[in-house]
Ligand binder design. Structure first.
Ligand SMILES: Cc1cc2nc3c(=O)[nH]c(=O)nc-3n(C[C@H](O)[C@H](O)[C@H](O)COP(=O)(O)OP(=O)(O)OC[C@H]3O[C@@H](n4cnc5c(N)ncnc54)[C@H](O)[C@@H]3O)c2cc1C
Length: 402
């Protein structure tokens, strides 16, 4: 891979245009990196990857903190996890993964609980020692007491799934902080299901395969992109250079579709986040990688402590210093980091119009979480990228919107 970083507008314009026949992939996140790797490896074609940030990795990017040697996930904790054997086989060609299995704890009402809700959470919350069947009966009775047959908002939906007690402990204030609104004002459709485990399994993800790249996310992205045929240009916004691409260049665009079309139909809405970083002079700040905060009086939703992802890195793990990051939900406006799509009917309708515009541009394919206006975990991004590559290799169009 040849990597060039072009910073000024003048230098961007001067960057050589790719040779005819070159594919252009916009965005070097998981999706773009996988598509580029497949095109270069399987088709033997040249790929120009344009990334507007200073490095590859997208939201999965990490960096090694120079003072502590701890690998920190720049956009909040990123744990690779999947049920998809093909995706797991694919990613392990580019990185070995540690055996890390994700656990999440919740501080609420002055106590600490396990998440997602399991039998320990239930017994801790109710101060009980119920068996699985007894807990099922008690929660079912609590749900029945609410008498909600057709939930009209997020609160009613959540209460109808877990009962009022657990809702208030684990969901109400956390959700209000996350969305910046009272759950009674949020649509019930935001929650499809709330996993409640009537056993003591404490893994956060219900997936057989999970971990973090043993040599870091940077190595994973280098191994994907560092290959003959791929040129990565960082610090380059596609919108600044697209006019210089040879006519007919096939483009896989993983940025925001509304931005690509100059917000013709208005902006697609997102929720954003603000991260507040701190190095704390203790060996272990919170005893786990992620602590959620369920109280309205705490303004952040969670604290990440990154050294817990890599206990095998003994030096950094033992050092009496740790990097933590408080995650604050934030309103989004164009230009801010777009993290969670506001998946309501108005935004979906607007997205459908942008998809139609994109479908009318010869050679252009939208992809990735931004281009698809969706929340995807990394494994989904890999799976969708592999599918898009298959269509591209067969010359098939992308399927119509669901
Ligand atoms: C807080 C948070 C935590 C998460 N935790 C996990 C987790 O634990 N496990 C998990 O599996 N998933 C997690 N995810 C999801 C994960 O971040 C996504 O699956 C992943 O980022 C999708 O990759 P992508 O390539 O589609 O998008 P991105 O990573 O966003 O990459 C898109 C890239 O395109 C670039 N780009 C956009 N527009 C342009 C342009 N015009 N020109 C040039 N470049 C452009 C962007 O700079 C970016 O680098 C989390 C997401 C969030 C928000």
């Amino acid at each position: 891979m040849k990597k060039t970083s072009t910073r000024s507008r003048a230098r961007r314009r001067a960057a050589p245009a790719p040779a005819p026949g070159t594919f252009c992939v916009v965005g070097a996140g998981v999706f773009g990196a996988v598509v580029a790797e497949r095109i270069a490896t399987k088709l033997g074609a040249k790929v120009l990857v344009l990334e507007k940030r200073k490095d590859a990795g997208g939201n999965s990017r990490s960096f090694f903190d120079p003072a502590t040697g701890i690998e920190c996930h720049e956009h909040g904790s990123h744990i690779f996890h999947t049920k998809d054997a093909a995706v797991w086989d694919y990613v392990r060609r580019f990185a070995a993964f540690t055996p890390y299995r994700h656990k999440v704890m919740l501080t609420s009402r002055g106590r600490v609980f396990g998440m997602p809700i399991n039998l320990k959470t239930i017994n801790d919350w109710y101060g009980a020692a119920w068996s699985p069947d007894e807990a099922r009966r008690r929660i079912a009775a609590e749900i029945a007491r609410e008498g909600i047959s057709e939930p009209a908002n997020l609160e009613e939906k959540a209460v109808s799934l877990v009962g009022r007690g657990l809702y208030e402990c684990a969901i109400r204030d956390y959700t209000a902080k996350q969305w910046g609104r009272d759950p009674r004002e949020l649509p019930e459709s935001i929650i499809r299901r709330l996993p409640v485990r009537y056993d003591y399994v404490s893994d956060y993800f219900d997936t057989p395969w999970q971990g973090v790249p043993a040599d870091g996310y940077g190595a994973l992205f280098r191994n994907l992109l560092d290959r003959p045929g791929i040129e990565l240009r960082t610090g380059v916004d596609f919108r600044d250079v697209r006019a210089s691409l040879p006519a007919g260049t096939p483009v896989v665009y993983t940025g925001m579709p509304d931005e690509l079309f100059d917000f013709r139909y208005g902006a697609l809405e997102w929720r954003s986040l603000r991260f507040e970083w701190e190095t704390v002079p203790v060996r272990d700040f919170q005893g786990t990688a992620v602590m959620n905060y369920g109280d309205a009086s705490v303004p952040y939703t969670r604290i990440h402590e990154f050294k817990h992802y890599n206990p095998e890195r003994a030096d950094a793990f033992a050092r009496p210093a740790t990097v933590i990051c408080r995650e604050y939900p934030a309103a989004w406006k164009p230009g801010a980091e777009a993290y969670y799509p506001v998946n309501d009917a108005a935004n979906q309708a607007r997205f459908a119009r942008y998809r139609a515009l994109a479908a009318a541009v010869p050679g252009l394919r939208l992809g990735g979480r931004l281009g698809s206006y969706a929340y995807w975990d990394m494994d989904r991004a890999v799976a969708e990228a592999l599918r898009l590559f298959d269509r591209l290799a067969r010359g098939e169009p992308d399927p119509p919107a669901p």
